[in-house]
Design a protein around this ligand. Structure first.
Ligand SMILES: [Fe+2]
Ligand SMILES: [Fe+2]
Length: 176
């Protein structure tokens, strides 16, 4: 694989682990503030991001290249409200979408077709992740000043069904 593309995929592995850590910090904040449903949702999202990192990790190794695991920056730990938590999550997903697009563009430019095929899954996944977080942000804005509705929404978030972990190497069903 082209060294620029390999380096960029290794960086993206780090970014996915970073997103996993960030969601974990958000889960901790929510549960500390007794939004247990949101905490559960965010823990699951953290696990999903870990799965994304491992999917690229497995891809790099399958292409017979070395993986470089990088340091993870400390994520934001303090939030003013549950609304801010999910606004931050949306901003993070939008940033990851930009990273995936840039990575795809690089793979295209360098004609690394296997990486393009792998990254297509991530492009589709980002559409779904942005959509789901954007929906939560909108609902939070609707109910943020009504405690009963906010608790209902927290319960709804806590009912998020478990999802299959992303695996590498072959086609995937809908994920998210
Ligand atoms: Fe991700
Ligand atoms: Fe994500």
């Amino acid at each position: 694989m082209n060294p620029n593309v390999l380096e960029a995929i290794n960086r993206q592995i780090g970014a996915e682990f970073g997103a996993s850590f960030s969601y974990l910090a958000m889960a901790a904040w929510c549960e500390h503030h007794k939004f247990m449903g949101a905490g559960r949702w965010l823990r699951m999202q953290s696990a999903e991001e870990h799965g994304h990192a491992m999917k690229l990790f497995d891809f790099v190794l399958a292409r017979n290249h070395p993986v470089r695991v990088m340091a993870i920056a400390e994520p934001q730990q303090e939030f003013s409200s549950i609304v801010e938590v999910f606004e931050r999550a949306l901003a993070q997903e939008q940033e990851v979408s930009r990273q995936i697009d840039a990575l795809y563009e690089l793979a295209f430019h360098e004609k690394v077709f296997a990486a393009m095929a792998e990254l297509q899954w991530f492009i589709t996944e980002q559409v779904e992740e942005e959509r789901s977080v954007r929906e939560i942000v909108a609902k939070l804005h609707m109910v943020q000043h009504d405690a009963a509705s906010l608790l209902d929404l927290d319960r709804e978030l806590g009912a998020r069904p478990p999802e299959p972990v992303a695996k590498s190497g072959h086609g995937h069903g809908r994920h998210g």
